[in-house]
Design a binder for this molecule. Sequence first.
Ligand SMILES: C[S@@+](CC[C@H](N)C(=O)[O-])C[C@H]1O[C@@H](n2cnc3c(N)ncnc32)[C@H](O)[C@@H]1O
Length: 272
Amino acid sequence: MSFSLGRAFKPESIDDDAVAQMVAILDQQDAMPSVERLRVWALGHAGPRPGESVIDLGSGTGTMTRRLAAAVGPEGRALGVEPNGMLRGVAEERAAAAGVDAVFCQGLATEIPLPDASVDLVWCERVLQHVPDAQAAIREMARVLRSGGRALLLDSDHGSRVDSDIDPEVAHAITVAFMAQLANAAAARHIPRQAAAAGLVVDPDIGSSAVVFPQDLLVDSPMLRMAAEQAVADGTITRDQADEAIRGQSEAARQGWAFSTVTVFGFVCRKP
Ligand SMILES: C[S@@+](CC[C@H](N)C(=O)[O-])C[C@H]1O[C@@H](n2cnc3c(N)ncnc32)[C@H](O)[C@@H]1O
């Protein structure tokens, strides 16, 4: 199965291949210690309390929705809002199998199907990078939050990419090609300004975790291949440079020393 970033994490990508690919990526990310570190940081700083009403915006396979549901307990309410119907189905199945009382509904980050001031906490993890109008999404989060509520925004900035075994100029061209395929590839750097514009106050302590890709994902990485092909098509690198980038990273990963990361940042945003 070839990787298509253009189709990944789009509400309308509901064919079996696309869904299998998205579920596989989310399961891989769930298993990464670097992803877990930032989740633990965010939950520790401003996580849900028993009895609260929380939403997991862009809930994917529902991993965090289940966790939030456990934290709010039977007196609280955990709702996963997810526009992709197939991913929502996976999340519903997994919650039922785990015996967790979490509910999922259709909705967009820019159109949350809830009344004003009805939510204590919004969890929104690695979603804004896929949303063309992140400012509108953050305004929508502010709308549904009660006074005193928090939005926990965890998102990547793909401009922070580090690849150890690719020539730096080639790596830069590949990163530029990759970022052009995401709706909002530098999502994280805009969040403080967008949150302020939406009337939210961002805690000064901003969390971060470099997501370190495991070696096995770096051998003939479909994601690298896709971005390198795009850079060749854009004319920013040659075919030989693309092949060498893939060969170099794959070889380093086989040896066990490839280092490939992108940083995810965590923002605690409070509604006054
Ligand atoms: C990388 S996944 C992250 C899923 C989950 N938050 C997690 O961290 O495991 C991005 C998610 O955002 C959803 N998504 C994409 N565009 C969206 C939008 N406009 N509004 C809400 N969710 C969106 C995708 O369907 C997908 O579930």
